[in-house]
Every structure is written in C-alpha cells, then in structure tokens.
Design a protein around this ligand. Structure first.
Ligand SMILES: NC(=O)c1ccc[n+]([C@@H]2O[C@H](COP(=O)([O-])OP(=O)(O)OC[C@H]3O[C@@H](n4cnc5c(N)ncnc54)[C@H](OP(=O)(O)O)[C@@H]3O)[C@@H](O)[C@H]2O)c1
Length: 407
C-alpha cells in the first residue's frame, strides 16, 4: 500500500515537473532548409558527424537554412577593456577562464573574432574544459578588407587550435565591395571543404550596398546575421529584413547593451522583481522568447552561470509586450559605425606562454576504417583514392557510412 502511494506520488510529481518544464521549455525551431550543407543529408544537420551539437542546460537548438543545428544561446568572448597590445597575455588568460566557466556551466556556443585578440585563450579554454570540441559551436569573425583572407582564416584555426569552425562571420563590411566578395569567396571554399559549417555577415545592416552585393553574388548565402540588439534597440527593421529575404537567423551582440541603459530600465527591473530574477536574466529570456540568439559576455563565473539560468521560468505575453514597448529604435543603440573606409587596421599576431595537453583528433583514419573494401568521398561527393584534408565520407562494404576528419 505504502509502495503504491509512493509510486502514485512519484507519478504525480513527475507529471507536475513535466508540466512545469513544458511551460518554460523553449522548443527548437527550424529555418527552411533552402541550401543544404554539402556532404550529407539534413536529417543529421549536414556534416554533423564531425560535430555533435545537442541541447545542454535547457538551451534550445535552431536549424539553420543549410540544415546545420546550432545552440541558440552562447558566450560572448570579447573583453574590450583588455585589448591593448601590452595586456594580451592577461586578456588571453582571462578568456581561457571565461570559456572554461561557460562550458562547465552548460554553454556550448562561443562567439569570438580574430580582432578580439583572444582566440588563443579561447582555444586553451576549449581544450582544458573537458568538453569535447565537437560538442561546442565555435564562431569566429574575419574582417572583410584583409589582403589575404586565406592566410587570416588559417590563422584563426591555428590560434583556436581547431580543425574546423562552426561559423565564420565577415565581421564588418569595411573595404570595397570587391574586397568583401573576395573574402566571401575564400569562406565559400572553406565551407565546401568542410572547414566551416555555416557562414555569416555581421554589421551589414550598417551598409546596405554591401548586404545587397553579397546577397546578389554569393554562391552560398549567409545562414547567420549578427547585429546589435537588446530591449532598448530591438532592431525590428533589420530583423525583418533578414527573416524575409533568406531565412537568415539573427544573433545579437551587446545583448545586455554592454551593461548600460537596459539594465537600469524601470520596466525591466519591475518584471525582474515579479519573477525574483535579475534584470540580466529577464533581458536574456526576452531574447530567447523572441527567437533571437544572444551572446552575453562576462568575465565573472557567477554571472556566466546566472545568465544561462533562464530556462526554468518564462515571461508572459503581457510582459513580452511591455518589453517590446520600451524599444527606442536607433536612438537606443550603443554604436552605429558607418563602414566603407572604416577598418580595424592591420592584425598583429601575438604569442602566449602556455602549457597544455596535445589535442586529440575527433577521429583519425586508421587501418580498419580505410580497408581495401571502403570507398572514400569528399564532402562534395567526389570519390577519391586517399582521404583529403577536411571531412571525408567513408562508405564501408556493408553500405554504412562514417565521416572522418583529416588534418
Ligand atoms: N559583431 C560585432 O561587431 C560585435 C560587437 C560587439 C560585441 N560583439 C559580441 O557580443 C558579445 C557581448 O558583448 P559585450 O560582452 O561587450 O556586452 P554585453 O554582453 O551586452 O554585456 C557585458 C557586460 O555586462 C556585464 N554582465 C554580464 N552579465 C552580468 C550579470 N549577470 N550581472 C552583472 N553584470 C553582468 C559584464 O560584466 P562582468 O564581466 O563583470 O560580468 C559586462 O560588463 C561580445 O563578447 C562579442 O562576442 C560583437
């Protein structure tokens, strides 16, 4: 009798907790797959065998317009206050700690850029976190006006100590339209070779001629667009533009408005008090319920954990409306650079003293994988005699396939 009571109690508790979870859980959503990623069907997210992205800590996934799945919440890794040339060792040490704290708190998406001068530190963090690289979505950004984009991309892999990047943005539309397209062409080649899983444009809303030029001339249209976006600057026009044209997913930089304005807004503070949450959590939950991807930055492990702890409550329709009403449009933006002649200058590579364990490959080819009975294909579906650098598809005699990564 007692046992039956506890079984019933457990069943009730389980259904209550399932109900509670279903109230707060944010479903994964799909963009229409208009340009499937090379090298695989889209049921597993394109070239997913090298990647193993799953929902962790309640973070929902989004299927991008090439079929690849991405965690919709990430860590911003820029620490602007430490970017001075004489602070870079400290900067990289700090970012290493942020990345470890984030990955151990359930983050599986990191937002970086070559011009943040911290890719080495992020790479150490990834390798020392204990989380396998293939479970992490790694983004970096390249500038559109570099003389040698190929060399810059190779440097990003080297500094981040990875074989592929999940997402590469053109950071900002500086330079001529020809410069920007030349950079995009290099990214397209890397995408086709399996060393980039998704392509993006960042800040192109600030230079519409560059946006139109990429959309007209790109062979691979962008999967992602990164823009400044937070409750005081909700960027409705830019979001509409990306959604309407190419089903491009919007990611938000300065989601907390760099700790200004929004965090002292009365409406947001009142909603925070109602839920017994911090204003930071309310802002980030608003992004998530709007279908956006926020990448909040923090150097503080407690804040890093607090920011991802937003999947056990939800904002009501009325609260979402109240937050939509505080939008100040462009007046609420932190900065709005006019690009064209503006650039980030020459990239200065940097070194760093660090001891770490040697990296392990996701899966290296070995004798049994490459027996005489197997056939080897590149991501573009061409049959080859020996594995190529990048992702290879190995078809075994029994018809099963597996993907291997060759450095
Ligand atoms: N594409 C672009 O052009 C572009 C431009 C700018 C930024 N970004 C990306 O966007 C990311 C986010 O930008 P951001 O980091 O500058 O600004 P942010 O995420 O809007 O705000 C970060 C600031 O908020 C504070 N903060 C964060 N969580 C907090 C919490 N729970 N409680 C109290 N304070 C908190 C941080 O201080 P603590 O360190 O003390 O927590 C930091 O000062 C960047 O890291 C970068 O990846 C991209």
């Amino acid at each position: 009798m007692k046992a039956r009571f506890f079984t019933m109690l457990a069943a009730v508790l389980l259904s209550v907790s399932a109900l509670a979870q279903s109230d707060f859980a944010l479903a994964n959503f799909d963009h229409e797959v208009t340009q499937p990623a090379p090298g695989g069907d889209t049921t597993d997210g394109g070239p997913q065998a090298v990647s193993n992205i799953t929902s962790v800590a309640g973070v929902p996934l989004v299927r991008l317009n090439n079929g690849v799945m991405m965690p919709r919440f990430g860590l911003g890794t820029q620490v602007q206050s430490m970017e001075g040339a004489n602070q870079r060792q400290q900067l990289n040490e700090t970012v290493r700690g942020m990345v470890i704290a984030a990955l151990q708190s359930g983050y599986r998406h990191l937002d970086d850029a070559m011009f943040y001068y911290n890719e080495r530190g992020a790479g150490w963090g990834i390798r020392e976190s204990g989380v396998p690289r293939e479970q992490i979505w790694v983004t970096s950004k390249i500038s559109g006006n570099l003389a040698d984009a190929q060399n810059a991309f190779n440097g990003m892999l080297e500094r981040l100590q990875v074989d592929y990047l999940d997402l590469v943005y053109i950071h900002h539309p500086a330079g001529t339209l020809a410069d920007i397209l030349a950079c995009w062409r290099v990214m397209e080649q890397e995408y086709k070779a399996g060393r980039i899983r998704a392509l993006g444009i960042s800040n192109f809303d600030n230079r519409m001629e560059a946006f139109n030029y990429i959309m007209e001339n790109a062979e691979i249209k962008p999967q992602m667009a990164q823009i400044e976006c937070h409750p005081l600057a909700q960027r409705k026009e830019a979001r509409q533009l990306y959604a309407n044209n190419y089903d491009v997913q919007v990611e938000c930089w300065y989601p907390l408005n760099h700790n200004r304005g929004d965090v002292s807004n009365t409406t947001l503070l009142q909603i925070a008090a109602t839920h017994n949450r911090t204003v930071y959590q309310i802002i980030l939950r608003w992004h998530m319920q709007e279908g956006l991807c926020p990448v909040p930055g923090s150097t503080n492990p407690d804040h890093i954990l607090e920011n991802i702890s937003i999947f056990d409550f939800s904002l009501s329709d009325e609260e979402m409306e109240a937050i939509r009403a505080i939008d100040r449009g462009d007046a609420g933006r932190s900065f709005n650079l006019g690009y064209g002649n503006y650039g980030f200058g020459n990239f200065q590579d940097y070194t760093y003293n660090h001891t770490y364990e040697p990296p392990t490959a996701i899966e290296t080819p070995h004798a049994s994988t490459l027996s005489a009975d197997t056939q080897i294909y590149t991501l573009q579906g061409q049959q080859v005699n020996t594995p190529q650098r990048g992702v290879n598809i190995i078809q075994q005699r029994d018809g099963t396939t597996k993907k291997i990564l060759l450095r």
